[in-house]
Design a protein around this ligand. Structure first.
Ligand SMILES: Nc1nc2c(ncn2[C@@H]2O[C@H](COP(=O)(O)OP(=O)(O)OP(=O)(O)O)[C@@H](O)[C@H]2O)c(=O)[nH]1
Ligand SMILES: [Mg+2]
Length: 219
């Protein structure tokens, strides 16, 4: 994270993490599609033929609050395939927040768990801590058969400390909610550390509304 109080700028790095083919790149493509051109930079993706990210994706987003605070959010995805662990670890360096994209299918429970453990380990290797990292969880692919029930996911959400979102990323459902949910808890965390509200004269609610407005211009 970079904060410049003189220039009134904040730069965040957020990482979409999760098992192979859970829909991380699809989330980014969707945010890019929704976002007004003035708010977004180029979407960088590097995929092989079969939808698999080889290195990482990056989408830079730019927002400005009514009070003149400029926020840049660099959204990265990691490649989910097990063999690309070195890249995942690299991409996690300096992350301010993580969105964990899980596959809702019962058959993928093991993959989700393995990826979550891998996230924890890679954060640790980067000197970061899962417990203090702003984190949201998205259960994607809600349109497919054989998925964990709504009740089961709601129950996990009540028991866990992370915000949980349901999504169909291919249809854009739940994608913005996940992103904004992540920004919300990231702001809360950074505000507690750096008193951003005091220094920039903007509270989390107002900021979130402003971001949502800018994101939804094209919807
Ligand atoms: N049915 C359905 N398919 C989805 C959904 N989200 C993503 N997909 C499909 O799942 C496949 C993998 O999606 P990606 O976004 O490339 O997955 P990824 O997590 O980036 O995969 P890696 O880069 O290999 O880690 C693609 O064919 C998507 O179209 C969803 O909500 N429902
Ligand atoms: Mg990908």
């Amino acid at each position: 994270m970079q904060i410049d109080f003189e220039q009134k700028t904040v730069q965040l790095k957020v990482v979409y993490y999760g098992p192979a083919l859970s829909g991380k790149t699809t989330n980014l493509v969707c945010i890019h599609r929704i976002c007004a051109p003035s708010n977004r930079g180029r979407l960088m993706t590097l995929e092989t033929r079969d939808d698999r990210t080889l290195f990482f994706d990056l989408l830079p987003l730019h927002f400005e609050s009514d009070s003149g605070l400029k926020i840049t959010v660099k959204v990265f995805t990691v490649p989910g395939q097990v063999i690309h662990n070195a890249t995942r670890r690299l991409v996690l360096q300096g992350a301010d927040a993580v969105a964990f994209i899980a596959d809702s299918r019962i058959s993928q429970i093991g993959q989700n768990q393995a990826s979550f453990l891998n996230l924890k380990e890679n954060l640790k290797q980067n000197g970061l801590n899962l417990k203090t990292m702003p984190l949201v969880i998205q259960f994607n692919k809600r349109d497919l058969p054989g998925i964990r029930s709504d009740a089961e996911i709601d129950d996990m959400a009540t028991k866990g400390r992370e915000p949980v979102f349901k999504a169909v990323a291919t249809q854009g459902t739940g994608v913005l909610e996940t992103f904004l949910g992540l920004i919300e808890i990231t702001w809360e965390r950074l505000n507690a550390w750096h008193d951003l509200t005091g220094k920039f004269g903007i509270d989390g609610d107002t900021l979130l509304k402003s971001l949502r407005r800018q994101l939804e211009l094209n919807e």
